[in-house]
Design a protein around this ligand. Structure first.
Ligand SMILES: [Zn+2]
Length: 850
């Protein structure tokens, strides 16, 4: 059965559901192809609703029976759900339905993964389990009985009772259906305990497939750190007797915060030094924290409707970034977040998929789990905190928890607690939620009679459906430096509210050098005429680590842009500045590694496009290669020393200090490989006793078009480990030279271990293809047609993953006419595919309308 014709849903049309759900009892009789779900739901007419029509969502369900107060009825059933007449008084609803988890390849609702049953209900998967008002503002208390032969039978809340082949669970906290979860399978538990701040004992379990027991310890420690952090920083305590996490191999997303039963993509929870890199460890720690933090920001206080998705996601991403900053290096975390924001969110915000942090309409909500809702949503929280200050932020958030616990809320509720605690009017600030697009902030400066003046002018380009934008409130953190590099004015938070506005600084003895938008205080594009000398000065002296990196990043981008557009040679001043910085052992190695990290090809392409040059991906690649080669030669004398100095002795530990050293160590190895043809990398590959070093060596070799032998050795060593195999598939495509990329990806799709039904494996190849900028945009067009072929094949099986991967084409209007024509052929071909899913149809339509 395919989707019905797409309909658009609007925020302004919200109305409450006509009935309150007092309680839900579910019984599952598990069978791979014919699971029976019996539901008993107590409904009461909702006094706050005017519309009393009774409609329950339900898709792909076989209705066996339906009863009201024990009397059989015959409701009207469509592809979307069920309707019937009901009493105008409290009543008990009972249905039995049959579903087919074994044939559920969309991985939404109840499905099977390697013989294990699991669920994914956010956003609208519960309607594939039983008939229900599947909307987040309908919250209820769930009791669940599972009948099945599996040794482990799990659901939300606390265990009530269990026997051979059955278990019963009760969740005392009212929740929307999207937080429902069920897991059944042959699983092993890695167990521990936690005592909360008020002395409550909590059992913690991380359930995995047999064979994965050795990869649980890190995730468990990360969970405990998260629980302590949320008590200490946000005063939030855990509220059930157990907290369970389950690792699942087939999963569309990273992880899901179901109440008391988090379900994780195994790539986001399983870790060991032999199989995981430093980046994997950091990401796992952050995702475990993120899902745990949702227990309060998302579960106890949920969203009224899906337009409010940023209410839980923006806030929780912000909270997990605070957690990582506290546990690791705050400047490194901030810099990496901004690189990611510019790479993914700015691309989205400045293209055909641009939408507000709180969208006002959608056809398929699954298409709005975006960088804008998540990452820009988190930036908006960060700005709010900068504007009101840390103490007022804490006070407002406390009020939010006190006032709204147990409710389904809106962005208005969230902003109101800030207005009530601070007395501020946030009407203008709210435009960050309603206006799409990345603001441009232009800066000019003036120095007259000892007064230094900065004038800011803001504007936001038109985005789909929003031709005109009003000025926003933009917090701009500014510090001023004297000629010897001393800070003459500490950081001040300027509040830009007008289209154009000036700020003056008096009492200065000489003209200062400004450090603007410190800590990246707002997600904007700063436009300012600067010189390389000034950037080099800031790179050497700025006391704000983010802006120090930013100065280096601007130099790095400029040097490459001049090579691409003017045929310039690699800039000597830039190379000189890098040389000084890299040798400065007083600086954090991780910070130095980030300064050495080349700007991404996509970032360069976007900048070229903004400056009215159609970016040539091959020219960007060539310039980056030449720059890397020149840099390696410039640093030749220091490389062996720095490589040795950053080699971490002793057994591998996934700690921040070790990871920071290994980041710089990797940069040194990459440069060394350009001088020695990969000898040092081959040596490191052979002697590595952990995945960080082994994978780094492989990447260095593949990047210089070498390493065939190591690639085979890597496969032979790890062919039985599916997560490491994802790395193997991805690395060969991501680091291939442009002319070989599509062919390598095509060959890998024929590999016996390629499985399109597994989202991790599919993304390993196709995601890497889209990430390899010059390879994906190779003028042959081979990569475009290969990706389109596979999206068309995947769509009938897994619309959600297909639709998300369509975003690889979202920047198509940046490129030259030839490439645009090649991409258009593929977009048209996908659009013309018969029975295309609602998810993919919406994405392709929006992208084509660019
Ligand atoms: Zn989340």
């Amino acid at each position: 059965m395919r989707d019905a014709a797409p309909t658009t849903i609007y925020l302004k049309d919200y109305t409450p559901f006509g009935y309150v759900v007092d309680s839900v009892h579910l019984t599952f009789d598990l069978e791979p192809h014919s699971t029976r779900v019996t539901s008993q739901i107590a409904f009461t007419p909702n006094p706050e609703a005017t519309d009393r029509s009774f409609f329950l969502h339900g898709e792909q369900l076989k209705l066996i029976s339906a009863k009201i107060d024990g009397i059989a009825i015959s409701p009207t059933v469509t592809e979307q759900g069920l309707s019937c007449d009901v009493p105008n008084a409290p009543f008990t609803w009972e249905t039995v339905v049959e579903i087919d988890p074994a044939n559920n390849t969309a991985l939404e609702g109840l499905y099977m993964s390697n013989g294990m049953y699991c669920t994914q209900c956010e956003a609208e998967g519960f309607r594939k389990i039983t008939f229900y008002p599947d909307r987040p503002d309908v919250m209820s208390v769930f009791t669940v009985r599972i009948n099945g032969p599996h040794p482990v039978l799990l659901s939300n809340g606390n265990p009530v009772d269990a026997g051979p082949h059955w278990a019963e669970w009760h969740d005392p906290w009212p929740k929307p259906a999207y937080l429902f979860a069920l897991v059944a399978g042959e699983l092993l538990a890695h167990s521990s305990t936690f005592t909360t701040v008020s002395g409550k004992h909590v059992d913690l379990n991380l359930y995995v497939r047999p064979g994965d027991e050795g990869k649980c310890a890190f995730g468990m420690e990360a969970l405990k750190k998260s629980m302590i952090w949320d008590e200490q920083v946000y005063g939030r305590e855990y509220d059930l007797d157990v907290f369970n996490i389950v690792a699942v191999d087939d999963f569309n997303m990273g992880a899901m915060e179901n109440k008391g039963l988090n379900v994780f993509n195994s790539s986001c929870v399983l870790a060991s030094p032999e199989t995981s890199t430093d980046d994997n460890f950091e990401r796992i720690e952050a995702i475990i924290a993120h899902e745990y933090f949702h227990n309060w920001t998302g579960n106890r206080i949920t969203c009224r409707d899906w337009f409010q998705l940023c209410l839980k996601e923006g806030l929780t991403v912000f909270r997990d970034s605070q957690f990582t900053s506290d546990l690791r290096s705050a400047p490194v975390k901030r810099i990496r977040d901004v690189i990611d924001l510019r790479g993914r969110q700015f691309a989205e915000d400045n293209g055909p998929l641009s939408h507000p942090v709180r969208p006002e309409s959608f056809q398929e909500i699954n298409n709005f789990y975006t960088a804008t809702v998540y990452e820009k949503g988190a930036e908006v929280i960060g700005m709010l905190k900068r504007l009101v200050g840390d103490a007022a932020y804490a006070e407002a958030v406390d009020l939010y928890f006190a006032r709204h616990d147990g409710q389904a809320c809106t962005i208005e509720d969230w902003l109101k607690v800030f207005e009530d605690t601070t007395g501020r009017d946030l009407t203008q600030f709210k435009r960050w939620y309603s206006q799409a697009g990345t603001p441009r902030v232009n800066v000019t400066e003036d120095w007259t009679d000892g007064t230094y003046t900065l004038t800011f002018t803001q504007s936001t380009p038109a985005t789909p459906g929003q031709p005109h934008k009003d000025p926003r409130v933009i917090p701009i953190a500014v510090g001023l430096l004297g000629s010897n590099g001393d800070e003459v004015r500490k950081t001040e938070m300027l509040e830009l509210t007008e289209a154009s506005q000036s700020f003056s600084f008096d009492g200065l003895s000489s003209r200062p050098t400004p450090s603007i938008l410190r800590e990246f205080s707002a997600p904007v594009i700063l436009e300012r005429d600067s010189t390389n000398a000034e950037r080099a000065f800031l790179l050497a002296h700025d006391t704000d680590p983010f802006n120090r990196w930013e100065a280096g990043n601007a130099l790095a981008k400029d040097a490459r842009l001049n090579m691409i557009t003017k045929g310039a040679a690699p800039d000597a001043d830039y190379l000189d500045a890098l040389q000084k910085l890299v040798r400065d052992d007083d600086l954090d190695p991780g910070f130095r590694a980030l300064v050495l990290q080349p700007p991404s090809a996509s970032d360069l392409a976007q900048t070229l496009f903004e400056n009215e040059h159609a970016p040539d991906p091959q020219a960007i690649y060539d310039a980056s290669e030449t720059m890397a080669q020149t840099l390696a030669q410039t640093l030749a004398d220091s490389l062996p020393r720095l490589y040795a100095a950053t080699t971490v002795e002793g057994p591998y530990q996934p700690d921040a200090v070790g990871a920071s050293n290994r980041m710089l160590n990797f940069r040194m190895l990459a440069l060394l490989s350009r001088l020695d043809g990969g000898d040092q990398a081959a040596q490191q590959f052979a002697s590595a006793d952990n995945m960080t070093l082994q994978y780094a060596a492989l990447v260095c070799l593949l990047s210089i078009d070498k390493g065939a032998e190591q690639n085979q050795a890597f496969f032979d060593q790890w062919k039985d480990d599916r997560l490491v195999m994802d790395k193997w598939f991805a690395a060969q495509v991501a680091f291939a030279t442009p002319e070989k990329t599509a062919a390598i990806a095509a060959t890998l799709t024929q590999h016996p271990l390629f499985d399109m039904k597994n989202p991790n494996r599919f993304r390993a190849v196709m995601g890497a293809l889209a990430m390899n900028h010059a390879g994906f945009h190779h003028i042959s067009g081979d990569a475009y047609s290969l990706l389109a072929d596979w999206l068309i094949k995947l769509d009938p099986l897994n619309p959600q993953t297909t639709a998300r991967m369509c975003s690889a084409f979202q920047t198509w209007k940046r490129y030259d006419a030839d490439r645009q024509a090649l991409i258009k052929i593929q977009l048209d071909r996908i659009a013309a595919t018969p029975d295309l899913s609602r998810d993919t149809t919406e994405m392709i339509t929006r992208i084509r309308e660019a």
